[in-house]
Ligand binder design. Structure first.
Ligand code: VG1
Ligand code: CO
Length: 544
């Protein structure tokens, strides 16, 4: 079959963000747009020649078309074999597992995670390396540099169409293509990590759960794991069918977007356990009956209870959290006598720590937790961790969290997002705070003394690489913190994120409203960044 070498010109907006390249579907459908980026991956990653590539996505609109294009390009670029999930589906953690279990050289994952899908929605693509994780900055920089110098891409001339809907092995111009079950290997891995027997017993009793797949990729995973293998009632899974537009919803697992789940869990006769995952299956929301578990607390509770889980029988060695994540897990690590690393936002920064065996558990405040079983955050893994824990401790979610607070204190935490603001306005807030950083230590804000303030930079302890400009931190003597950061996953304008936390150990003050407890710090942050004046916004769009 003939190969076309198509002349093209760089698009100036192909710099990957926190998690790959994300744009409006209309942008991705512009002639040559996807092709340029994919060619930039092949050009900058010569190891893919003759090697195995994993390919799949979260099922959003344009997923199948993009997969056909990538298959034709992979064949024209000399890739040896492409492993595709049936229906073009692969959750992000399942793709990570396939790379690792098959010894593949990388993956292209098609997703814009929790961003809305459909013709008017978003699309995305990210490259994962042979270790299974998101490409580190050195690799994304190389891809970006190549995208800015690109002149040609290679693609099979004929618009062949590979059948993605049946498990099969075929060839495309000499390249092997294997369509695999997207769930099976991942489900087997989960079975190795957790005590399925104990969870089955829990679910066989009167324990009830709800899982909201949000019409995104986790539906088939949840049905196989929770219903088929663990015996949950089929009606436990809400919105199980993956849809191109996620049923018109926003596949972001938080209380605002998982409304049906929230109503069930906070209504009369609520189930014992509720959970949800996002578009590509790497995030998790954990709820008890009438009870919300913050992601930062969830990570800390996992660390404190890891010894109950078979996968962690040999201990944790170390843990890590992204910088804006609350320090709840630090407190646990200290009690366990293990190191706790603080990395920039984005899963790619955990990769080296996991590969080097320094940590076995890590997480982010943005509803992401995972361990060394893959190199991505993993939504269903977190759900199974909690179910395993509930099966062992036989207490409610709320009791487990409250006992944790009694032992370690409570890290009151909130994130305020100002979405879709003009980029200049967001930069102006960051500049204002950055200008004030040096004067802050020793000053009193919200009745508390500032201990230190900086622009967070991270030196990777494994390879010595440095990531700068990762968020502005104001740290108080009490341990409280205010963090300012700009989102790197949006597709329109800018999103300013404000993260606030304060540790409380007084047993009489563990059951307060976080927004009230944190109000003085929230107000101080607003003043510090002159947020209303510089953005024209009186209040945030989303509070988590
Ligand atoms: C957000 C989160 C970050 C997460 C990233 C990708 O990034 O804050 O913690 O790793 O999304 O998650 P940002 O730059 O918008 O703050 V996912 O589930 O969207 O791949
Ligand atoms: Co995601």
């Amino acid at each position: 079959m003939d190969i076309s070498v198509v002349t093209t010109h760089p698009f100036e907006d192909q710099k990957p963000g926190t998690s790959g390249l994300r744009k409006r579907v209309s942008r991705f459908r512009q002639p040559h747009y996807l092709e340029n980026f994919v060619q930039a991956v092949f050009d900058s990653q010569p190891a893919l020649e003759g090697a195995e590539l994993v390919l799949g996505g979260d099922g959003r609109f344009h997923n199948r078309e993009a997969i056909q294009t990538i298959l034709r390009m992979a064949a024209a670029n000399g890739v040896g074999r492409v492993v595709v999930g049936r229906g073009g589906l692969l959750s992000t953690p399942a793709a990570s597992h396939l790379i690792r279990s098959r010894g593949a050289t990388g993956a292209l994952i098609l997703s814009a995670s929790h961003n809305p899908g459909g013709p008017e929605g978003d699309f995305g693509i990210k490259f994962n390396t042979a270790a299974g994780g998101p490409a580190p900055p050195s690799v994304t920089d190389a891809i970006h540099a190549r995208s800015q110098a690109i002149t040609h891409y290679r693609i099979l001339k004929e618009a062949v169409h590979v059948d993605l809907d049946h498990l099969q092995a075929t060839t495309l111009n000499g390249m092997d293509v294997e369509v695999v079950d997207p769930v099976a290997a991942y489900a087997d891995l989960m079975d190795e990590l957790f005590d399925f027997h104990a969870i089955r017993e829990l679910l066989a009793g009167d324990f009830r759960l709800r899982f909201d797949a949000m019409h995104a990729v986790t539906g088939p995973y949840a049905e196989t794991l929770l219903v088929d293998r663990l015996g949950a009632a089929p009606e436990s899974i809400l919105r199980a069918e993956p849809l191109g537009d996620f049923g018109g919803g926003h596949p972001d697992p938080n209380l605002a977007h998982a409304r049906q789940l929230r109503e069930a869990m906070f209504g009369r006769d609520a189930p014992d356990f509720g959970a949800a995952s996002d578009g590509d299956g790497d995030r998790n929301l954990i709820l008890g009956r009438h009870f919300f578990v913050t992601p930062s607390d969830s990570l800390a509770i996992m660390a404190a209870n890891a010894h109950h889980i078979p996968a962690f029988a040999d201990g944790l060695r170390g843990v890590a959290r992204s910088m804006p994540t609350s320090q709840a897990v630090d407190t646990v690590a200290e009690a366990l006598g293990i190191p706790c690393y603080e990395t920039p936002t984005g899963w790619k920064f955990f990769g080296n720590l996991l590969d080097d065996g320094r940590i076995r558990l890590c997480g982010e405040e943005s509803f992401g937790t995972s361990s060394d079983h893959v190199r991505e955050k993993d939504g269903l893994w977190a759900v199974l961790f909690w179910l395993n824990l509930l099966a062992v401790r036989r207490q409610s979610v709320e009791t487990i969290v409250r006992e944790h607070w009694e032992r370690f204190g409570r890290h009151y935490y909130t994130r305020h997002d100002y979405e879709g603001i003009r980029s200049e306005h967001a930069e102006a807030v960051m500049d204002r705070v950055r200008d004030r950083l040096a004067t802050l230590p020793g000053q009193s804000l919200a009745g508390q003394t500032v201990r230190a303030a900086d622009d967070f930079a991270y030196t990777d302890p494994v390879d010595g690489s440095v990531a700068e400009g990762q968020g502005l931190r104001v740290m108080f003597e009490s341990g409280a913190r205010i963090v300012f950061r700009l989102s790197g996953t949006g597709t329109e304008g800018a999103t300013l994120r404000l993260y606030i936390e304060q540790h409380e150990t007084d047993p009489a003050r563990l059951d307060l409203d976080p927004q009230e407890v944190l109000r003085p710090l929230i107000d101080a942050a607003g003043d510090l960044g002159d947020i209303p004046a510089l953005t024209g916004r009186e209040r945030p769009d989303v509070i988590t």
